[in-house]
Design a protein around this ligand. Structure first.
Ligand code: NAD
Length: 317
């Protein structure tokens, strides 16, 4: 009995410690970190493209086409006609922005096309001058498009009040006005500083990318966070396309596949896992740019285009 007495005395002590541990667990549960509780985590979100469906699943749970029409500088009837032309050629994704001044025309092109609204993925962007009044700006965009919801809204650039503007977009997601939200012209540093301040991880980031400006470390960084990368200036941008189309490597691959240089460059984007939104008002070019799903670049061809990177940005931001 003497021998087991010390052990018997330990029992109340052990019981006390176990109870304290349980209490701590329970109190953690009853007082959740509210910010964390609503975070839509993207850990393990797979940003791999589905080439059969020509789409990618965003971390928001919405599917998005991997090629779309860019509408920068397309105004009035040109914008309406280009959107109609794209939808007739099989596009289901249109990219615009408040600053392009054509949201109304994009909405009109969509309605004229006869393609059901729910089949079309519409992206727009808030401009920096709208960030302080973002809630109003979101409502204005819906009104301008004359749509019930916007598939994806981005902040166009980092800037004053960008966190508040993003938080207004988060609220608009809760309210069903926006389906997915993201950023544009944010790179690694900007994104890493931004993420701890917001709740919803961006579904997509749209930055300059083309064979002369590839941003490979940025693409990898975003993919690791489950964020889809989208290329603006996928063909190098106005004033630079010819130089890329005439590049020897690209021209040779185009010849070997009996395709245009534009098609080779766009296919390269997709095989890298980067969404492309080439801009054009020319119906032939619009049709050509989406006709890239019946051929494939070899690993060697991908590598030779990857080797063209020269860190050459074609715009300042
Ligand atoms: P782009 O690289 O798509 O090149 C467009 C140019 O290529 C135009 O001159 C067009 O006529 C020509 N082109 C298109 N298809 C062609 C083809 N098959 N053959 C020959 N020429 C062809 O540049 P972009 O349109 O300025 O950029 C794409 C889109 O990205 C824009 O329309 C816009 O929606 C978006 N964008 C976003 C930002 C941003 O800050 N987020 C900045 C610039 C552009």
């Amino acid at each position: 009995m003497k021998k087991i007495l010390p052990f018997l005395m330990l029992i109340p002590l052990l019981t006390f410690f176990i109870a304290c541990g349980q209490q701590e667990e329970t109190s953690n549960e009853s007082q959740p970190d509210t910010k964390k509780a609503t975070v839509k985590t993207t850990e393990n979100h797979d940003t791999t493209f589905d080439f059969e469906k020509k789409s990618v699943m965003l971390n928001s749970g919405y599917e998005m086409p991997i090629i779309g029409l860019g509408t920068y500088s397309l105004l009035e009837d040109v914008a309406i006609n280009s959107v109609e032309s794209a939808l007739a050629s099989g596009y289901r994704k249109i990219d615009t922005a408040k600053i392009y001044g054509n949201e109304k025309e994009v909405g009109e092109g969509i309605r004229n096309s006869g393609v059901p609204r729910e089949e079309i993925f519409v992206t727009t962007k808030l401009y920096m001058t709208q960030y302080a009044e973002a809630e109003q700006a979101i409502d204005d965009a819906l009104k301008e498009f004359d749509l019930d919801y916007i598939d994806l809204m981005l902040l166009h650039h980092p800037g004053d009040h960008d966190v508040e503007a993003y938080q207004a977009m988060e609220m608009a997601v809760e309210e069903g006005k926006l389906r997915s939200i993201g950023l544009s012209n944010y790179y690694i540093e900007e994104l890493d500083a931004f993420l701890p301040k917001v709740t919803i991880v961006p579904a997509l980031i749209q930055n300059e990318i083309h064979p002369y400006y590839q941003e490979n470390p940025v693409i990898d960084h975003f993919k690791e966070k489950g964020i889809v990368m989208e290329a603006w200036y996928p063909l190098g941008g106005r004033g630079h396309t010819r130089e890329l189309f005439e590049n020897e490597t690209i021209a040779k691959i185009a010849e070997d596949h009996d395709r245009s240089p534009a098609q080779i460059i766009l296919r390269w984007h997709l095989q890298k896992g980067v969404v492309a939104i080439p801009g054009s008002s020319n119906p032939d070019h619009i049709a050509e740019n989406i006709n890239i799903f019946d051929f494939e670049l070899t690993d060697a061809e991908m590598k030779s285009i990857n080797a063209l990177d020269r860190n050459e940005k074609h715009d300042w931001y």
